[in-house]
Each structure stands twice: as C-alpha cells, then as structure tokens.
Design a binder for this molecule. Structure first.
Ligand code: DGT
Ligand code: CA
Ligand code: CA
Length: 571
C-alpha cells in the first residue's frame, strides 16, 4: 500500500509551502489530503486505478493527478522542484523543538537563516526577539531546543518535570492496588533542573502496579520492567523510574529515594554510630537485623534522633546538624504567599489585560498583584513610553475600585542603564507604587563596572526591588559578573528587596545565594515575571527556591498583608 508514502510526501509539501510563505490555503489543502489518505482503509492504488481519487474529501483535479504520479512512479516531480527551491538544511530547522514551518519561514526570509549553526548564532546575538511573532521567550525556547538536540541526554527544567510528575501521580493515585505514592528524587527536593523523574509507591501487588504504570498514555517506551523497579521514557523524552515497596518500608524508601545522595550518606553514618542500619527497607538493629521502623519518613528521622527534615533542605548543606541542634528554619509554606510582585500586562509585552490578570489572581486566592511593565527604552519588550504611564495608572485605579479586598500595585520593571541610572526619571518613578529595577543589556560588563551599575540603581530611593539580580538563564546564559556580597549588603542597607524570580528558566536568585543573603539579613520578594495569566502558577517554583534557600515566612514580603507591605515598601 502506498497510502503512507503519498501522505508523507503531501505533509512535506505542506511544510515546504509554508516555509516558502505560499498562500496558506495551499499548504492546508495538502495537509488535509494527507490526513485523509493516511487514515484510509482502502488501498490508494485501487482508488487511483478505478479513477475515483476525486471522491476523496479535499482531493480535486490537481491533487488527484499528483497522487496518480506518486502511485505510478513512487515519486513526484513537483516535490523535487520544491525541494530545490529551499536549502535542504531548512528542513532540519523544523525538527528543532520550538521551530515550526512558520517560524522557519520567517527566519529564512528575514535573516537568511537556513542552518542550525546560523540560527544558534542569531539567538546568541539576540536577533530573533524583534521578529514578528517571536519574543525573548521564544528565543530562549529555541536556544534550549537546539541544546536539547545537541545533547539528547540533558537535564530538564523543574517546571517541565513537575508537570509531568504530577500528571503521572494523578494517574497512579487512581489505581486500587497502590497504598501510597509520591514523587521522590530531585523533583521532590524541587531542584532547579531534573535528571530523571523518580516515583515511589507502596503496594502488596507490585506486578500489577508495574503493569498499570507502563500502560500510562504518555509512555513512549519501556526501558526496564521488574517487580521492584521499572523505568520508562515519556513522549517528551523524560525518563521516569518507579519503585514499589511494601507498606512497612514506604517511609524508609521515600527517604532513601528522595535523596540527595549526600544527605543519605550522612544519615547512614549517624545510624551506624547508633548501632542501627538504615536502608530503603527500614531502620534495623545492626546486631540482630531486627526491624525498628520504616512506615513513615518521620519515624525514620526520629529513630536517628532527628526531626523530619523538609525535602527541599536535603542537600547536606548543614540541615542535619541544624536538625540535631533544633535550629531548622520553619520554611515558608506553599500557601503562605498572598500575591505576586512581578507581572507583565498588555501595556508592555504581556499577553493579558491587567483587569483579567487581577480577577484571575483574586480567584486563585491572591490578595495583591504588582504590575511591572517594561520601561521605555526596552523596545524589544514594547516598553511603556512616558506619555502612556498616566493612562495605565488611571486604569489600575479603576480596577482597584472594582475589586474589594484586593490591591493592584502599579509598578514598572525599569531598565538599569549601563551607567546605573534608570530608564525613567525620578519624577516618573515616584508615581508608581513599586519600582523593580533590572539589567537587560550589556550583560558582559566586568565585575567592577557591573557592581557599580547595580549598586547605583539600588541606591535610588524610588527603587524597591532588584529584579532577577544575576540575570542568569538556566542552560543558556551564565550569571553576570557581580559582587554578590556587596549587592546583598546593599539590600540590607538600602531596604531594596532582592527578587526571587520564579520564571522556570531564571530562578534568580538561586537557592545558594538566597542562603547567603538570608544570613546577611537581606530583604526578599518573589515575582513570577509572568507574561500571561498562565504563568502565574510559576509562583510555586519561586517559593520552592526560597525554601531551598532556607527562607522563612517572615523573610518574604509576599506573605504580608497589603497594609504591612505598603509600610515596608516605604521604609
Ligand atoms: P537527578 O535525577 O540527577 O536530578 O537527581 P536525583 O537526586 O533524583 O538522583 P537519582 O535519580 O539518581 O536517584 C534518586 C535518589 O535515589 C537520590 O536522590 C538518592 C537515591 N540514590 C541513588 N543512588 C544512590 C546511592 O548510590 N546511594 C544513596 N545513598 N542513595 C542513592
Ligand atoms: Ca532523579
Ligand atoms: Ca532516578
């Protein structure tokens, strides 16, 4: 049967036509015909022989002739001609995650890009973000797509693993034979990137659980299947390991497979010194091998004279000693945050109106929102010109009148110029409730210059927040050269809040810097950097990062009441 061949050629023609920018209905016609032929039960050769091709939906005279040619010769001259019009490498561009035919076409026509290497260079120079239908986020996604293609075994961002993991959990929770199930590994610790996904379940019928596990709809292939461990790969190429243990070992196994390895090694040492043995099956007496505990994690920690240590802290960075001395922080909770300080609206490069965002935020239980659109000189992000600010402020005022028990703070994400001055003058800055300042250009300045630049901005009395302080993009851009100790001390001394930017590829400040900053009494806020309503959910990754940085509720401005926030902003 040549049905698949015909469909394949038609699909490719559709993609090529799109790249060439042909009138859209033309490529659509090919794609539609391809779909019809692909799902046909009948042999296309027979239909051609009986001269009945035109009875197929979407097949007119032109397409019928082409189908006939493919059926008879195995190829199509028109297809060969099209391919010659387009550089062959352009077809590989389409295989990069984040680049479809439409984007490939724009890239080819406007920047002359036809190879992956050219695309990479253009991304690095920031040339894509100004193109129609592109933007900084698209650019980042494309860079990541290229990197994924380059080394297929990379780590993925926490947000992606988190979504996959929770969807999988939901599926597993429906299974009757599973007693308990939870995420484990680096995902449970909410690390910024994840190697593979670990899930732990307890059951007395492990084989049935494994059958159910591999039957999940997003499983692409099964790497290994046993009755204690099974590994699969999902459609998006993320690996998932499931371990199944008996209920009496569930706590010990959850502890073991949550890690980190370094944390576990230290715990095992403690167990040995107490004449105990710690494994994924439980805590045992060393001499007699007698089972002591293992049903819950708390029991396991308690058996080692420790309180339960939160997963986000388990990195062997002093948490075990702190636990022993009863000095563990009471971490900020995922429900403690009452709002978001860094949201973009349609006034700059966001895709939703302030009103829509505010209503949504209120509905999800927030009590405030800081709208921080880009400032004027950031043209790529449609920065807001001075003349339009009044209009925006009035709009916010109206929304605040409409929404009771909710506050929209007017704000800006004001660009810090190379010399440390700000993109709006003081008179304008004064009009906003909140000013975030941020570096968006000249990332390669030396440490001395960059530190001077950032400190000058922090010293401006109108600046409340330093947004994404290090400007790193995970897997894409290294942090800028910045004397972080000086920045942290400036936060303490000027009252400028350091942002924990929750956008999944930023997480900036990161856990390690947060820990240092907390010890030096800096001030913190969480902002999602949302560019759409959908991004508001990223707040969770900001909270997770705060928790990994040992921050408590009282350390983070987002946990306070509106009144208290106003007071602290103007202190
Ligand atoms: P990843 O996947 O690279 O993001 O990091 P993890 O922490 O999820 O590491 P993974 O998937 O290799 O193993 C999951 C957990 O299993 C790990 O956090 C701790 C535990 N584990 C794995 N190998 C060992 C080991 O050799 N010794 C100990 N004590 N624990 C281990
Ligand atoms: Ca893992
Ligand atoms: Ca694993």
């Amino acid at each position: 049967m040549k049905n698949q061949l015909v469909a394949e050629i038609f699909y490719q023609i559709a993609a090529l036509l799109e790249i060439l920018g042909e009138i859209p209905f033309k490529s659509r016609a090919y794609r539609k015909a391809a779909q019809v032929i692909e799902t046909l039960d009948e042999n296309i050769e027979n239909i051609a022989k009986e001269d009945k091709l035109r009875s197929l939906p979407g097949v007119g005279e032109g397409l019928a002739k082409k189908i006939k040619e493919i059926v008879e010769t195995g190829g199509l001259e028109y297809f060969e001609k099209l391919k010659k019009e387009i550089p062959g490498s352009l077809a590989t561009l389409i295989s990069i995650p984040g680049v479809g035919p439409k984007k490939a076409s724009v890239l080819y026509k406007t920047l002359g890009i036809s190879t992956v290497q050219q695309l990479k260079e253009a991304c690095e120079k920031g040339k894509l973000r100004d193109l129609d239908g592109f933007g900084e986020i698209t650019e980042r996604n494309i860079i990541r797509g290229i990197k994924m293609l380059e080394k297929a075994s990379g780590r993925v961002l926490l947000s992606l693993a988190y979504e996959d993991g929770n969807k999988y959990l939901e599926y597993l929770r429906k299974m009757g034979e599973i007693v308990d199930v939870n995420l484990a590994g680096s995902l449970r610790r909410m690390k910024e990137t994840i190697g593979d996904l670990d899930i732990l379940a307890s059951s007395n019928s492990p084989d049935e659980v494994m059958d159910y596990f591999v039957n999940y709809s997003d499983v692409k292939n099964v790497l290994l299947k046993g009755s204690t461990k099974t590994s699969v790969v999902l459609d998006d190429d993320i690996q998932v390991d499931l371990r199944v243990v008996k209920p009496e070992s569930y706590g010990a196994a959850l502890q073991y497979f949550t890690g980190s390895k370094e944390h576990n090694v230290k715990l095992r040492g403690i167990a040995i010194r107490k004449g105990l043995k710690l494994s994924e099956y439980g805590v045992f007496e060393k001499k007699t091998d007698k089972y002591v505990v293992g049903r819950s994690e708390e029991e396991v920690y308690n058996a080692l004279d420790l309180p339960l240590i939160e997963p986000e802290l388990r990195e062997n960075r002093g948490e075990i000693e702190a636990g022993r001395n009863k000095r563990l922080p009471r971490l900020i909770g995922y429900d403690d945050v009452k709002g978001d300080f860094h949201v973009h609206s349609m006034w700059s490069d966001g895709s939703d109106s302030i009103e829509d965002i505010a209503f949504f935020a209120k509905k999800q239980g927030f009590s405030f929102l800081g709208i921080a659109d880009h400032s004027q000189s950031l043209k790529v992000a449609f920065g807001l010109s001075e003349e339009k600010i009044d209009e925006k402020l009035k709009e916010i005022e109206k929304i605040n009148e409409k929404l009771s028990g909710f506050r929209v703070f007017s704000g800006t994400e004001c660009d810090i110029r190379a010399d440390g001055s700000l993109d709006y003058n003081d008179k304008i800055l004064k009009q906003f409730d909140i000013v975030c300042a941020a570096v968006h250009s000249r990332f390669n300045m030396n440490k001395e210059e960059m530190t001077k630049r950032v400190l000058r901005a922090m010293e401006n009395e109108h600046v409340n927040i330093l947004a994404h302080p290090t400007c790193r993009l995970i897997g894409i851009r290294e942090p800028v050269q910045l004397d972080m100790e000086m920045v942290i001390d400036a936060s303490r001394d000027t009252g400028t809040f350091l942002e924990i930017n929750a956008f999944p590829d930023r997480l900036d400040l990161n856990d390690i810097l947060l820990r240092v900053a907390k010890e030096r009494n800096a001030n913190f806020v969480i902002g999602t950097d949302a560019h759409s309503i959908d991004h508001l959910r990223y707040i969770r990754f900001g909270i997770a990062t705060a928790r990994r940085g040992w921050l408590e509720k009282k350390d983070v401005l987002n946990t306070y009441s509106i009144k208290e926030i106003e007071k602290r902003l103007h202190n």
